[in-house]
Write a protein that binds this ligand. Structure first.
Ligand code: NAD
Length: 551
């Protein structure tokens, strides 16, 4: 079965057509996630469906034409013990339902007073619980981060003691915490994380992500990449990352504020201006940083602007921080293009993602003279080989919040857009976009990674063979943390710089890191990602050896 995006695939096993229609209708009211419901009316059909392993959750009526009572649940369970099951039951079956829950069913709902809110919530929480039961570390992104590290470690003959030490983060915190929805009686419980990978270099530094896929593995991968990025850029920080597993696009501003303040107080013991300094990432922005700064400051009793970076300028944010990631990316694209003899004023670009990094990349690359022929966000891709009208694109996104419906180009999926021919391709949305599956069809001259982890190791190999030059994430998107560092320096010294000062220092630091990476890549005969990783790892290893081992 085709799974549209992040839709949750529900198997409804219910013989009463009135009840199944009601369930289908109630689930349609969900804003997020989307539910794809497949309905069957007998247990035999249900078991056949479960065997295909195509469903995320089963909604099960215990009284069916071909099976009754507790045996119905046991047979479903025997078919696939890992599939979360929610029982839908009549009021007179409550004892039976309780027995099913005791035996491993995730929840039960009474048919007679079924409402959309509790139904959607029961499904969401059931899936969430199953996920928590799975190993938190078990994530494709963490595996990718570890494999990239192990490859670089091998090529640089890294000291084995240090190699073992760097494979896992030094400190992790997992919290579950509640926040109140706008409907006062509704309280939502969510999972949050803060991970510090290396504490050797100084305070730790890394963004906070709000996304429905956040987990310990993903957060740890991002923290590890932050370590290499900070070291590559010669910043006095170790890597960290944090996040909350929630889709922020369905929250109101008040809900987002309550969630943020509670999350900030839950991780309060981990963060601090000399300990660990958060910043924005996917799904968070300067407003979220302002709330974290305020929550922290309320506890201290005085303003502590330097506890986060990426804040509004009026609270001690740095000029140029919000655009810094895309600006830094543009600086290294310009430098790489000069080396590769690509004339940017005669070149085309496609950018995936239209948020902080992607939107600003479109803006700066267009200002650098490139023709933007493709842009995308979560709603759609837009492609126009003659060039998109960038001003019209921004005006449309401002008015409609998403790109879907923009008339100045052909609508296509994100996957298709990545495969269109262009000179510069910038993935600036999510991880795991260029894989063994599509790498062969990527048709650009230079890949500049705005997002973290957009390319798998298998895809790297294919792209290298095809002769596609690349600017790896820890270099290409390092402008963000570099200006975050400038912001922290300005805040701790109470001395603010001008935008020109920020940009010229950023330019210097980006070009310096690019040249060191390129030189190493040529000298050691390794690809740019491995060269950038070795640059970072070598610095961290040297610092660890210099500090020695306690006790
Ligand atoms: P953002 O939330 O501002 O924007 C994300 C964009 O991606 C949005 O336009 C969203 O619609 C789009 N998107 C979401 N899901 C998508 C999907 N499935 N397909 C296509 N597009 C999708 O986030 P951001 O801060 O721009 O971060 C984007 C990436 O850049 C992340 O990987 C992040 O870790 C990385 N990054 C961000 C910074 C920073 O300073 N913000 C710094 C370094 C790296």
């Amino acid at each position: 079965m085709e799974n549209a995006g992040n839709a949750v695939r529900v198997l409804l096993i219910e013989d009463n057509p009135l009840h199944s229609k009601l369930v289908e209708k109630l689930l349609e009211e969900s804003k997020a996630p989307d539910f794809q419901v497949t309905t069957v009316t007998t247990l035999a059909e249900g078991l056949a469906r479960i065997r295909t392993r195509e469903h995320d959750i089963a909604l099960l009526d215990l009284t069916l034409p071909d099976s009754q009572d507790f045996a119905t649940f046991l047979r479903v369970r025997a078919e696939n013990p890992d599939l979360p099951v929610v029982i839908i039951t009549g009021t007179d079956d409550l004892k039976l339902a309780a027995r099913a829950v005791e035996s491993g069913a995730q929840d039960f709902l009474v048919k007679t007073n079924l409402q959309s809110g509790p139904l959607i919530r029961a499904l969401r929480y059931s899936i969430e619980r199953t996920r928590v039961r799975d190993a938190e570390w078990n994530s494709p992104m963490f595996r990718l981060a570890q494999r990239q590290f192990l490859k670089a470690a091998q090529l640089m003959s890294l000291d084995d003691n240090i190699r073992q030490r760097l494979l896992f983060p030094q400190r992790t915190l997992v919290v579950s915490f509640p926040f109140r929805r706008d409907k006062y009686t509704e309280v939502e419980t969510v999972f949050g994380y803060r991970v510090q990978h290396v504490l050797t270099m100084g305070p730790t530094k890394g963004g906070i992500r709000y996304h429905q896929d956040v987990g310990l593995g993903e957060t740890s991968a991002l923290a590890m990449w932050m370590t290499w990025k900070c070291a590559l850029m010669h910043l006095p920080f170790g890597g960290a990352k944090g996040g909350v597993r929630i889709d922020p696009t369905v929250l109101t501003s008040h809900e987002l504020q309550r969630l943020t303040r509670r999350y900030a107080s839950e991780i309060m013991t981990m963060i601090g201006p000399d300990k660990d300094i958060p910043a924005p990432d996917l799904g968070t922005n300067e407003r979220v940083m302002a709330w974290i700064m305020d929550t922290y400051s309320q506890q201290m009793g005085y303003a502590v602007p330097e506890v986060v970076t990426g804040k509004p300028v009026v609270l001690g944010g740095s000029p140029g921080r919000s655009e810094a990631t895309a600006r830094g990316l543009t600086y290294v694209v310009q430098r790489a293009a000069a080396n590769l003899k690509i004339d940017l004023t005669k070149s085309t670009a496609i950018v995936q993602g239209f948020g902080n990094v992607g939107g600003n990349a479109v803006k700066f690359l267009a200002e650098a003279g490139l023709k933007i022929i493709g842009a995308s966000d979560v709603s759609t891709g837009i492609y126009n080989p003659k060039g998109l009208d960038v001003n019209a694109l921004f005006a449309y996104a401002k008015q409609h919040k998403v790109l879907k419906g923009f008339a100045g180009g052909e609508a296509m999926s994100n996957a298709e857009l990545l495969e269109q021919k262009c000179d510069i391709l910038v993935p600036a949305a999510l991880q795991n976009q260029i894989t063994a599956e599509n790498a062969d069809r990527i048709n650009c001259r230079l890949l500049a990674e705005g997002a973290n982890g957009p390319t798998t190791l298998e895809a790297d190999e294919v792209l290298n063979k095809k002769g596609i030059a690349s600017l790896p994430d820890i270099l290409a998107n390092a402008g963000g943390v570099t200006v975050s560092y400038f912001e922290w320096v300005q805040d701790t010294q109470n001395y603010m710089w001008t935008l020109d000062e920020v940009n010229s220092r950023l330019h210097k630091q980006m070009v310096d890191a690019y040249e060191r990476t390129r030189t190493r890549s040529e000298r050691q005969g390794v690809d740019m990602r491995t060269a950038a990783m070795i640059e970072g790892i070598e610095r961290v290893a040297a610092a660890k050896l210099a500090r020695g081992l306690f006790p």
